[in-house]
Design a binder for this molecule. Structure first.
Ligand code: G3P
Length: 219
C-alpha cells in the first residue's frame, strides 16, 4: 500500500519524507489554512520534497470554474513538477463534469469527499485517477467508514477499474492496518498517525536495555 501524507505543513512533510516512506501528498483548504502559509508559498516547496502525486484542491463549485481553477493551479507549478499534480475535485455532479473534462485533457483528478461506493463508482466512470473515501468522518457519525472502502475495492476489482482508492480522513493506526488488509491502493495519513505507527513501547524498552547492557561490556 502506498502512503501519502495528509498535510500542508512543510516541516512535517520534509521530516517524514526523509524517512523514505512517503509516496505522495494530499492537501485541502483546511490543511492549507492550518499551515499558516499562503498556498502559493507552499505549492512549489511540496513538489521539491516529494516526487509522487500531490493533490491540490479547487474551491470552485461550477464545472467550468473548477476546470479554469485547475489550470491556474497547474500554471503556478514549475513545468518539471506538473506530471505529479492531481487536482482534487469535490464529489458533486458539477465535479463529475469537471473530472470528465480534465481527464480528457490528460489532467489527473482526485475526487474527494466520497462517502459511498456509488459515489466512487461514478467518479471512476467520469475518469478520476483517484477517489478519496473519508472514513473517519463516517465513523464520527456512527457509520462503519471502512465498509465503503471494502465495497469500493471489490467493485473496482470486479471491473478492472484503474482508479486508485485513497483511504482518507484516517484517525488512527488501526485504520491503516484495515486499509492495507482490504487492499486499498493508498492511505493518506496525518503526520500524527504516521508517528504513532513508528512507535512501540517494547522497542523503546529494548533500546534502553541494549544501551545499558552495552555499558557492561568490557572495553
Ligand atoms: O484529505 C482530507 C481528509 O483526509 C480529511 O480528514 O480528518 O478532516 O476528516 P479529516
Amino acid at each position: 500500500m502506498k502512503i501519502f501524507i495528509d498535510t500542508a505543513d512543510l516541516d512535517e512533510i520534509r521530516e517524514i519524507a526523509s524517512w523514505g516512506i512517503i509516496d505522495g501528498v494530499t492537501t485541502n483548504p483546511t490543511l492549507v489554512a492550518k499551515s499558516g502559509r499562503s498556498f502559493n508559498e507552499i505549492l512549489e516547496e511540496i513538489f521539491k520534497i516529494v516526487d509522487g502525486p500531490i493533490s491540490l484542491e479547487v474551491i470552485s463549485e461550477k464545472a467550468d470554474d473548477m476546470v479554469k481553477e485547475a489550470k491556474e493551479l497547474i500554471s503556478k507549478v514549475s513545468e518539471k513538477y506538473r506530471k505529479n499534480i492531481a487536482i482534487k475535485i469535490p464529489m458533486t455532479s458539477e465535479g463529475l463534469k469537471a473530472v470528465k473534462n480534465l481527464s480528457k485533457e490528460g489532467i489527473r483528478t482526485n475526487v474527494t469527499l466520497i462517502f459511498s461506493a456509488n459515489q466512487a463508482l461514478l467518479a471512476a466512470k467520469a475518469g478520476a485517477a483517484f477517489v478519496s473515501p473519508f472514513i473517519g468522518r463516517l465513523d464520527d457519525i456512527g457509520q462503519e467508514g471502512m465498509q465503503i472502502v471494502e465495497e469500493i475495492v471489490e467493485i473496482f476489482c470486479n471491473y478492472d477499474i484503474e482508479t486508485e482508492v485513497i483511504v482518507a480522513s484516517v484517525r488512527h493506526p488501526i485504520h491503516v492496518i484495515d486499509a492495507a488488509k482490504i487492499g486499498a491502493n493508498i492511505a493518506t495519513l496525518p503526520p500524527g498517525v504516521i508517528r504513532k505507527m513508528v512507535k512501540h513501547s517494547l522497542t523503546d524498552i529494548g533500546i534502553k536495555q541494549f544501551l545499558n547492557d552495552w555499558k557492561k561490556v568490557k572495553k
